[in-house]
Write a protein that binds this ligand. Structure first.
Ligand code: ASP
Ligand code: MG
Length: 401
């Protein structure tokens, strides 16, 4: 069995923790696994390197930044390999280049274009444990590139794909994906399994555990992904294809997004092209729009509401002011949040949304906006009720059971 392990920054945060990882890898090795380990930089290291560059300029060349930032992962890879060798195990550390990872030219945010796994495979053949520096590759010219913050997860999944590994295990300081944030609801439970799509919807829960791009790639390549802790022997959460028994569970998790602001436009001219103009203008200003709701128009006007990230709400307001001839009134509220209920079971069960609305109603929470997808119901509410709403929803779907 060939397994890719990935250890995040906190898991390799100091020498003792690197030794702990070495011991875990040895244990898996002795259980018969062939192993490729992908490592992050020691925690805080990437930020430290960025601050070093910013000592000289706030706009360092991205190519040089890649040269700089890629070093953090190489330090960890080399140290882990040295630790394994010191314990009598045959290991080899590889940079992204040595692991055969080729990316495009977009420095500091490169995409992986191809992976030639032959060097890794021959090392495995020779009985070696392969350690790969995450977060990096090279472009066609041979310059080192990095994959964007949190990119070691992506390295791990991509390598698992190229190596045709049986599974990919992502280790951090959290032992899996929970039904909700345990800091908000202490009754939150760890999930045994979850589908890729649910994981992507619950991304703010998983943000610390799994990088989103890596989940998207795992879905595309159909790689069995585990989120586990390097500090315990708990089972973790398996992120995998949707299966029938997943659909028996109505709701997998509830999630709070505090980073939301609501813009409501009243008396918008009800003519073809108006929505295109408004949202093109917002896009040109790089304002990310999330929910959009429009009513059926009456008397030549309609109402249009949307949400934007909290930090963009004043920007959005300024942009909308340029539409004054087409809009009668505007209401911008930076004090809202979004609560979402996620579950593939919604596809085959009715009444899931009604349960959510009742749970909020029982707590006297007013719903300002609603949007739904096949596997999600989202509601915009006053930000002061966000955590209360999460607990109410967690209870309503009995997620602690
Ligand atoms: N070290 C990089 C970062 O901090 C990549 C990673 O840890 O995944 O973003
Ligand atoms: Mg990470």
């Amino acid at each position: 069995m060939l397994v890719v392990h990935k250890y995040g920054g906190t898991s390799v945060g100091d020498l003792e923790r690197i030794e702990n990882v070495a011991n875990r890898v040895i244990k898996a090795r002795e259980a018969g696994q062939d192993i490729v380990v992908v490592v992050s930089a020691m925690s805080g290291e990437t930020n430290k390197l960025i601050s070093f560059a910013e000592h000289f300029t706030l706009t360092p060349a991205k190519k040089e930044m890649d040269m700089l930032l890629s070093s953090g992962e190489r330090v960890t890879a080399a140290l882990l390999s040295i630790a394994l060798q010191a314990k009598g195990f045959d290991a080899v550390a590889m940079s992204g280049r040595q692991a055969g990872i080729v990316t495009d030219d977009v420095h500091t945010y490169a995409r992986i274009e191809s992976i030639d796994p032959s060097a890794m495979l021959s090392a495995i053949q020779e009985g070696k444990i392969v350690i790969v520096a995450g977060f990096q590759g090279i472009n066609k010219d041979g310059s080192v590139t990095t994959l964007g913050r949190g990119g070691s997860d992506l390295s791990a999944v991509a390598l698992a794909g190229a190596l045709k590994a049986d599974q990919c295990e992502i280790y951090s300081d959290v032992d899996g994906i929970y039904t909700t944030d345990p800091r908000i609801e202490p009754k939150a439970k760890k999930l045994d399994t979850i589908s890729y799509d649910e994981m992507l919807e619950l991304s703010s829960l998983g943000a610390k555990v799994l990088q989103n791009r890596s989940v998207e790639l795992a879905k595309k390549l159909n790689i069995k992904l585990y989120a586990k802790s390097s500090f315990s022997d708990n089972e973790g959460t398996l992120i995998t294809e949707e299966s029938e028994n997943m659909e028996e569970v109505l709701v997998s998790g509830v999630v709070l997004d505090k980073n939301q602001a609501r813009v409501t436009l009243r008396g918008v001219s009800d003519r073809p092209g108006i929505a295109a103009e408004i949202f093109t203008m917002l896009a040109q200003e790089h304002i990310n729009v999330d929910m959009i709701i429009q009513n059926v128009g009456t008397d030549g006007t309609t109402n249009l509401g949307f949400t934007v990230p909290q930090s963009e709400h004043l920007n959005a307001k300024r942009v909308m002011e340029s539409f004054d001839h087409d809009i009668q009134g505007m209401d911008v509220d930076g004090h809202v949040c979004k609560v979402s209920v996620v579950g593939v079971g919604m596809k085959s069960h009715s009444g899931v949304a009604a349960t959510a609305f009742s749970a909020l109603a029982k707590n006297g929470i007013n719903i300002q906006m609603i949007s739904t997808s096949e596997i999600k119901v989202s509601m915009v509410i006053d930000e002061q009720y966000g955590e209360l709403a999460i607990r109410a929803l967690h209870d309503a779907y009995e997620l602690d059971k």
